[in-house]
Design a protein around this ligand. Structure first.
Ligand SMILES: *[C@@H]1O[C@H](CO)[C@@H](O)[C@H](O)[C@H]1NC(C)=O
Ligand SMILES: *[C@@H]1O[C@H](CO)[C@@H](O)[C@H](O)[C@H]1NC(C)=O
Ligand SMILES: CC(=O)N[C@H]1CO[C@H](CO)[C@@H](O)[C@@H]1O
Length: 389
């Protein structure tokens, strides 16, 4: 979810309050002109200043092992590394050859930025916030009561093939070694939740069932809402998967809507991986070193949300976006019948492909939803999200 303005202002205030002297202070980034800045960090100046201010506060309280570099320089090393996956010569020159130190610095800064996720990665918690997110999603794809798109994001890593057992654990269903995290994003591509960092062979359903968000959703803590998910997940009362073998126009039309919203996950991950090239290769991993990878993934998620907030243009080489990881294919037969019924009800209520004469008395926003989305007029059901404009 994009942060509500009050939250944003509160963050600013916190920065001003605590960071007083340093807020907006000159930094080593000032040596770059705007164009160079974007080349080296793939972020804009206002965005970098904001990140820097937030990091300064948090790093002040950290006993730094590397006092030869200022906080600004450490952040610079990290942001440069995220953008390119290696350190640029101009940055190395600025901070002095750090070589192996660069990784240590990046690791420290990643921990700090990952720690900002409670502020910058927020799942809609209040009922109002949920209705708002659901309303936006429904406008996009006509599927009501959706909080976000769920996906398992794979990030390539290197693993030693000589440690056979460990190595095997990292090999995913596409045959390369990776770590996998669970990500939920909203219809605008803001990241609402990122958790777990498991070996690549972990199935998405397993991730979901062992994740905090998964448990909360399935235990109805978030109310009667769905997340949209691909074929690798089990249909449940809160995880909405496509119909495996659509039998009529209604189901086909539902699947099309599902694809449309599900695609947001692909473009979101694609844009993250292009802005933060380090995500294309997270380096060597042993099974017990996943915490560091996890911090980088979380840090990039935080930065992704901040970059979106500052409307930083996406990296220019729009080129190819890799397809989503296909996940483990499931047969539909072992579907939970209650969940199946819920999905059928949703399809009938929103995607019925018969000319209906039942025009329910239209009132308020329900009508707007119908006209905006061109939904056939069966939406008299209570499941229409009534959001006050
Ligand atoms: C999810 O899918 C797995 C494998 O297909 C199956 O064994 C399991 O029972 C399913 N879980 C639920 C809750 O339906
Ligand atoms: C479409 O097919 C599904 C599954 O066979 C069925 O339950 C549903 O009633 C059908 N819908 C329409 C509008 O025919
Ligand atoms: C605008 C843009 O894409 N800038 C840079 C982002 O990072 C990549 C990867 O290193 C550069 O090639 C781009 O020039």
């Amino acid at each position: 979810m994009s942060f509500a303005l009050p939250v944003w202002l509160a963050v600013q205030e916190e920065l001003l309050g605590n960071g007083g002297a340093d807020f907006g202070a000159p930094s080593c980034f000032d040596e770059f002109d705007d164009e160079a800045l974007f080349q080296v960090f793939n972020l804009s100046r206002p965005c970098i200043s904001f990140i820097l201010d937030a990091a300064r506060i948090r790093m002040k309280t950290l006993a730094l092992k590397n006092p030869t570099l200022s906080v600004d320089e450490m952040v610079m090393v990290a942001l440069n590394y995220y953008a390119h996956g290696v350190s640029s010569p101009c940055v190395l020159q600025r901070v002095g050859q750090c070589q192996t130190d660069c990784l240590a610095i990046m690791s420290t800064v990643s921990g700090v930025i990952a720690g900002m996720s409670d502020q910058f990665i927020s799942f809609p918690l209040t009922h109002e916030a949920k209705k708002k997110v659901a309303f936006k999603t429904e406008k996009l794809c006509r599927i009501p009561n959706v909080l976000g798109v769920l996906g398992a994001a794979h990030f390539k890593i290197r693993a030693s093939p000589y440690e056979t057992d460990t190595f095997r654990g990292f090999v995913n269903t596409l045959g390369y070694t990776s770590v996998v995290s669970q990500i939920i994003c909203d219809s605008d591509g803001n990241i609402l939740s990122v958790e777990k960092c498991c070996v690549g062979s972990t199935f998405e359903q397993e991730l979901w069932e062992s994740s905090f968000k998964g448990r909360e959703m399935e235990e109805e803590i978030h109310g009667p809402f769905w997340v949209i998910a691909g074929k690798g997940y089990n249909l449940s009362k809160h995880v909405l998967t496509p119909v495996a073998e659509p039998a009529n126009d209604s189901e086909t039309s539902f699947n099309e809507a599902h694809t449309k919203i599900h695609d947001v996950m692909r473009t979101t991950l694609g844009s993250m991986k292009r802005r933060f090239r380090c995500l294309n290769q997270l380096g060597f991993a042993q099974e017990n070193s996943l915490a560091k990878k996890s911090n980088i993934i979380k840090a990039c998620s935080v930065l992704h949300n901040i970059a979106k907030k500052f409307s930083v243009p996406p990296p220019s080489d729009a080129g190819q976006i890799e397809p989503l990881h296909p996940g483990k294919q499931r047969a539909e037969p072992d579907i939970n019948p209650e969940a199946l019924k819920a999905r059928q009800k949703l399809i009938v209520a929103n995607f019925l492909k018969v000319s209906s004469t039942r025009n329910p008395p239209s009132k308020g926003i329900a009508e707007e939803v119908v006209s905006v989305a061109g939904v056939l007029s069966v939406s008299g059901s209570k499941e229409v999200v009534n959001v006050d404009p």
